[in-house]
Design a protein around this ligand. Structure first.
Ligand code: NI
Length: 223
């Protein structure tokens, strides 16, 4: 339901928009059919605009880059460089997300289990909170108990989170509710980002990609 509102917001603020919303916004939290139809129109228009602004795009989109956050596992700062030598699977969300984020995190757990069963590469799964106001380290630790314990839950200052999200063109916006109270939802992209052992972005998987196909996608990149 709240995705529709986000789409309307995107449409109305498009001319003054700063960061590129990008294709990642294709998958918004709680996307409804009607909203999606509207979105595709927005997306089409955006593509047309892009085509006229002479953009050069080769192969994969330029996603990824440096960021600094805090690990709720250790309580210490981590950066993208902390995970060199390992694949990372990055997801952005918030712990009060009613359904989408939990479902994606369950999927990530399935991905990790499948990878292990198939003797795939070591993949560090990371959840980045888009909700620094409510997602304290303590809250993240509490939330993490419901999911695979190999997932590390990260948060940071609003600025740090903004930077990390921007690196992956993650869209997020306060939706229903009051930001001054603790009662609000956040519309956000629902995408898993795969990065290689060198930290470089390799691939992304949308909400519609099931665990098996995510694993296949990961294996493809580390054959
Ligand atoms: Ni969510």
């Amino acid at each position: 339901m709240h995705a529709t509102r986000a789409i309307v917001r995107m449409m109305s603020s498009r001319s003054s928009q700063r960061g590129p919303v990008g294709w990642t916004a294709l998958a918004l939290c709680g996307t409804a059919g009607a909203g999606l139809a509207v979105y595709y129109n927005v997306e089409k228009e955006r593509r047309q605009t892009q085509a006229t602004t002479k953009q050069t795009t080769h192969g994969k989109p330029s996603l990824g880059g440096s960021w600094t956050l805090v690990s709720s596992k250790t309580g210490y700062p981590v950066t993208d460089a902390s995970y060199r030598g390992r694949y990372t699977l990055l997801y952005f969300g918030f712990t009060r997300c009613p359904d989408i984020c939990p479902a994606e995190l369950v999927k990530v757990g399935e991905v990790l289990a499948l990878l292990k069963a198939r003797r795939g590469p070591e993949v560090q799964a990371l959840f980045v909170s888009l909700d620094p106001k409510r997602d304290s380290l303590e809250q993240l630790r509490f939330y993490a108990r419901d999911f695979d314990d190999r997932i590390d839950f990260l948060v940071g200052t609003p600025e740090q989170i903004k930077t990390a999200a921007r690196r992956y063109r993650v869209y997020s916006s306060i939706a229903d509710g009051d930001q001054d109270s603790d009662d609000y939802l956040i519309d956000h992209s629902i995408v898993l980002y795969l990065n290689g052992p060198d930290g470089g972005f390799l691939d992304f998987f949308t909400q519609s990609t099931n665990a098996r196909d995510v694993v296949a996608g990961i294996m493809k990149h580390c054959g």
